[in-house]
Ligand binder design. Structure first.
Ligand code: HSE
Length: 293
């Protein structure tokens, strides 16, 4: 039996749509696997009632297929589905690490990225890797068609999760098909600024690079209270604020001492909009780790 803790992740970070991702120190899923003739999946924890246990429909079922590794699998969800915090990616990445070990498949963490991404396709229709890459490798990741680059970075973050669900499928429908050259130039500048900030673990530079004029404005419209939450976080000391992944979570970068006031301001702004929410005071963390075997 092998147990793995796989972290929540925040993808895009504004300027890096479908490219950037970070592992979060909390929350996380815990996945336990043991060999079996036939695969069974049991899900408990946050939002478990919304997650199918049929291996054909569960993100982890695709990972089992990819690794040819049938198992009895238990997923304890710390990361609620449809949250913008890489819920399906956490389960897929955790299962990939655990099953790779259980069956001695010998794949590296980088090789497991494409395996776990197949699980993402089950949920969103697209095998994108910007959540599974940081869930496997930790730190800040940049994923392109050529593969994934990862660097460790120490940036304090707040993620505020409103008590509403937003599916990645729906959030991808509002992504514009084209962008102007002016918006492209602004986005490249922000993405480059953010990358330098990650390499220096500099919350000011990371925050300065977290906006984009193309995708985020469209997605923000799907999140009740977003503009007020965004402004409240800045007023409380955040260095940058954007939609986390496909939403509805909102992520803010800040200096360590500002996390508590930023979290509190974001919660208050959601409450003023009539939305219950919870905030995680977190930071960029490590990838999936084996807890027990
Ligand atoms: N990059 C993806 C998106 C992440 O924004 O649609 C969601 O899982």
């Amino acid at each position: 039996m092998i147990t793995v803790r796989a972290p929540a992740t925040s993808a895009n970070l504004g300027s890096g749509f479908d490219v950037f991702g970070v592992a979060l120190s909390r929350p996380a899923d815990v996945i336990t696997v043991e060999r079996a003739e036939e695969t069974t999946i049991e899900v408990t924890g946050a939002g478990a009632q919304y997650i199918p246990e049929d291996p054909e429909k569960n993100t982890v079922g695709a990972v089992v297929e990819e690794l040819d590794a049938p198992a009895r699998i238990h997923i304890d969800k710390g990361v609620r589905p449809s949250s913008g915090l890489g819920s399906s990616a956490a389960s897929a990445a955790g299962a990939a690490v655990a099953l790779n070990r259980l069956y001695d498949r010998g794949l590296t963490r980088s090789e497991l990225v494409s395996v776990a991404a197949e699980g993402e396709a089950v949920v969103s229709g697209v095998a994108h890797s910007d959540n599974v890459a940081p869930a496997l490798l930790g730190g800040f990741t940049v994923t392109t068609a050529d593969g994934t680059r990862a660097v460790s970075a120490d940036i304090p973050l707040v993620v505020c999760l409103p008590d509403v669900a937003l599916s990645t499928r729906d959030a991808r429908r509002v992504v514009p098909e084209t962008a102007s050259m002016e918006d492209l130039v602004a986005t490249v500048g922000n993405a480059a600024t953010l990358s330098v900030g990650m390499c220096r673990s500099d919350p000011d530079l990371v925050g300065a690079g977290m906006s984009d004029p193309v995708v985020t404005p469209e997605r923000a419209r799907l999140i009740t209270g977003y503009d007020a939450v965004h402004d409240a976080a800045f007023e409380a000391g955040a260095t940058g604020v954007t939609v986390s992944g496909a939403g509805p979570s909102v992520v803010a970068a800040c200096h360590g001492g500002e996390r508590r006031p930023v979290a509190s301001a974001m919660l208050d702004a959601f409450a003023d909009a009539g939305i219950d929410a919870r905030a995680y005071q977190t930071r960029i963390g490590e990838g999936a780790i084996v807890l027990d075997e």
